[in-house]
Design a protein around this ligand. Structure first.
Ligand SMILES: Cc1cc2nc3c(=O)[nH]c(=O)nc-3n(C[C@H](O)[C@H](O)[C@H](O)COP(=O)(O)OP(=O)(O)OC[C@H]3O[C@@H](n4cnc5c(N)ncnc54)[C@H](O)[C@@H]3O)c2cc1C
Length: 392
């Protein structure tokens, strides 16, 4: 019998889940609280592990049309500009991992997934539909929206992001923790930048208590820049997109290398995020209970320092669809298998992202050790085979 799935949240995770599960034969109703499907103006890096999943879903063509495929990732000192290490991407990533490393505008990735689900007869998309609560029984799950609509299905997927209401009701495990890290994000057409600041590679600038990552998107025509500094959000962190204070950002970058400072100064419009996380998952029970599963940031909000949050949501979606295709299993058992398949890998990525934050922002002896290790080990320190070879 066709499984009926309610998905809460129409971000990258929710749309990926809708696509993967409908391809696996389920009937989907998706509920998004916003009045439109939108994504913020920022970029996303996608490792070969994620590109491979999108390829499996028949999205190679659309991805190639909108993404950039940088040839290398270069790590530089934010203080003096010295090269600390290089990871070859491009053909090397394809050779090692069977897929390239891509960088993409979030809106392009979101649109690609939206186009793929729109028009599928088994997917119904509901905007302006905020989940208020749900109830599960032996026979199914009933959700209720803010407008009073009640919808019954076989299972419910909470893909409702960092502040997930589904998680609150399912696990009641408190709210995410503010990390004291602030991310300033900007997207700028390369052609408006001075020629010396344009770039087609990924560059990570590491400095004491800060780092900056820049990479091309939209076939290389735009540059995405993320500057992370330590500090606190003024106001309510729950509304995590803040109008930003460019003076503060420029002040934080005052002691950095001239080429980096010039880049920061060349960009006028920045948006600010306060970064909040949860500790790495400790058990599969954090991913599914009964007929309700969590996916993406709702399940495993992480620091963006391994550039894998959206990637893990896409991998989750694939694993969920695979778990649900085993015909003889009951829904709770299938979701238990999904949770078993996903929690350890996600916990490892969450932990590695926290560690990367400490390494990226290192000061004193730790910084010295980091730079020395990179010069000795080079690419071996930057490559993450267990991650890029996955999800299996
Ligand atoms: C600075 C920064 C850089 C990043 N860089 C990368 C990167 O390079 N690579 C990468 O893979 N990831 C990156 N990430 C992480 C990535 O952005 C997230 O992991 C990803 O967007 C999570 O997607 P999601 O669909 O789970 O959640 P969200 O994108 O938060 O989507 C949740 C959706 O649910 C909706 N919703 C919420 N509550 C309700 C409700 N009650 N009812 C109905 N709908 C609801 C919301 O409106 C939203 O549309 C970065 C994050 C940050 C902050």
């Amino acid at each position: 019998m066709t499984k009926r799935i309610s998905i809460v949240g129409g971000g990258i995770g929710g749309l990926a889940a809708a696509l993967a599960c409908s391809r696996a034969g389920a009937a989907i109703e998706l509920f998004e609280c916003s009045q439109q499907f939108t994504e913020v103006g920022a970029g996303i890096q996608m490792g070969p592990n994620v590109v491979r999943v999108l390829d499996d879903w028949g999205l190679k063509g659309p991805l190639t049309a909108v993404a950039a495929f940088p040839e290398r990732l270069q790590v530089r000192s934010a203080q003096n500009g010295a090269e600390l290490g290089v990871l070859r991407l491009g053909a090397t990533a394809v050779q090692h991992y069977g897929a390239p490393y891509a960088t993409i505008h979030r809106a392009d990735l979101h649109n690609m997934l939206l186009s793929a689900v729109t028009g599928r007869s088994d997917v119904e998309l509901n905007l302006d539909s905020e989940l208020i609560e749900f109830e599960q029984s032996e026979s199914g799950v009933t959700l209720r929206t803010a407008s009073g609509r009640q919808v019954h299905s076989d299972l419910l997927v909470g893909a409702d992001g960092l502040w997930s209401r589904v998680r609150q009701q399912l696990l009641a495990d408190g709210v995410p923790i503010a990390t004291g890290h602030l991310a300033y994000r900007a997207l700028v057409p390369q052609k408006v930048l001075p020629a010396k600041l344009r770039s087609q590679q990924i560059t990570a600038w590491l400095g004491p208590q800060l780092h900056v990552v820049q990479y091309p998107v939209r076939g290389g025509e735009w540059l995405n820049v993320v500057a992370v500094v330590q500090g606190h959000v003024v106001g309510d962190i729950e509304y995590w997109d803040h109008s930003t204070n460019i003076v503060k950002l420029r002040r934080s970058m005052a002691q950095t290398f001239s080429a980096l400072r010039d880049l920061i100064h060349a960009i006028e419009h920045w948006r600010l995020w306060g970064l909040s996380i949860r500790p790495p998952a400790r058990s599969p029970h954090e991913f599914a209970r009964g007929r309700v599963a969590l996916l993406g940031d709702a399940a495993h909000p992480m620091l963006p320092y391994l550039a894998q949050g959206a990637g893990m949501a896409i991998e989750d979606a694939q694993a969920l669809a695979q778990a649900l295709t085993v015909q003889e299993l009951s829904v709770p058992l299938a979701l238990r298998n999904y949770a078993d398949a996903r929690w350890r890998r996600n916990a490892r990525v969450q932990a590695r992202a926290i560690r990367n934050g400490q390494i990226f922002h290192a000061t004193g002896l730790l910084r010295w050790g980091r730079d020395a290790a990179m010069s000795v080990l080079g690419e071996r320190l930057l490559d993450v085979p267990w991650l890029y070879r996955g999800p299996d």
